[in-house]
Unconditional design. Structure first.
Length: 255
């Protein structure tokens, strides 16, 4: 009896489900497990160092903190074609905690030479404990239906823009994403999705204003009092790998 029930459940799970063309609403969570950011640079100088004001110092190019995902979720409104294609407009939000490996917890300090003054150095205090981003993406999917089972593979690509907040400054840049996984039609109007996703940002330019700085002479060791200054930090790219779990509600009747 139990075996028959299991076979019935298995058959229902694998039974063919299809949706008529129409609108759908999707919400999901992205379990980001890997993050990477290209080496940071500053516009004001080709060479810079970063320290924690406690004798821990490194080149800015070697500054490679660990990034831990706190939240990454999205919601999308799309249109399902009768064929194998669908498109959607997605709003996604991400929060990442920054662990400054090799430096003690607290603010960091970036030092660089003052242009045109070989012995003059400028030192700026910054906060880098989290990264926040809000993105708007236009996604397209290819999802072939095998005609026999409710499970079907999918692949997707997306292009859009993202607003990233880092060092308490914001940068708006182009973004892209790649997705691949499997969908399962749970009922007439509901489907679940599980797959891999990669989200990338092309270039970040953080223009920091009103940051606290000081200037000192590396030879005489004399320094100025703190003053308000500007600093521009940029990176070539950043990216995140994740496992995406989402649910879609279709506003169409089963065919």
């Amino acid at each position: 009896m139990i075996n028959k029930k299991l076979l019935l459940v298995f058959a229902l799970l694998l039974s063919k489900q299809s949706f008529a063309s129409g609108l759908y609403l999707k919400g999901g969570y992205n379990g980001e497990f890997s993050h990477h950011v290209s080496p940071l640079q500053i516009k004001e100088s080709k060479y810079a160092t970063v320290d924690d004001d406690n004798h821990n110092i490194m080149n800015l190019a070697d500054y490679n903190p660990h990034y831990h995902s706190v939240l990454s979720a999205g919601i999308a409104l799309g249109y399902q074609e009768k064929s194998v294609g669908k498109g959607e407009l997605e709003l996604r939000r991400s929060q990442i905690k920054v662990d400054n490996i090799g430096l003690i917890e607290g603010p960091i300090f970036i030092s660089h030479k003052v242009k045109g003054k070989q012995e003059e150095m400028k030192r700026t205090e910054l906060t880098n404990d989290r990264i926040e981003s809000t993105s708007i993406m236009a996604n397209m999917y290819y999802q072939p239906h095998n005609g026999h089972f409710s499970f079907s593979p999918y692949i997707g690509v997306g292009l859009g823009v993202t607003q990233t907040k880092m060092f308490e400054a914001e940068s708006v840049d182009p973004a892209y994403q790649l997705k691949a996984g499997f969908s399962h039609h749970v009922s007439n109007n509901v489907s679940m999705h599980l797959g891999y996703s990669y989200f990338g940002v092309i270039g970040n330019m953080f223009k920091l204003s009103n940051v606290k700085s000081m200037q000192y002479n590396s030879k005489s060791l004399t320094c100025s009092e703190n003053f308000i200054d500007n600093l521009t930090i940029h990176s070539d790219f950043s990216g995140m790998h994740g496992i995406e779990l989402s649910m879609t509600i279709h506003f169409a009747n089963k065919q």
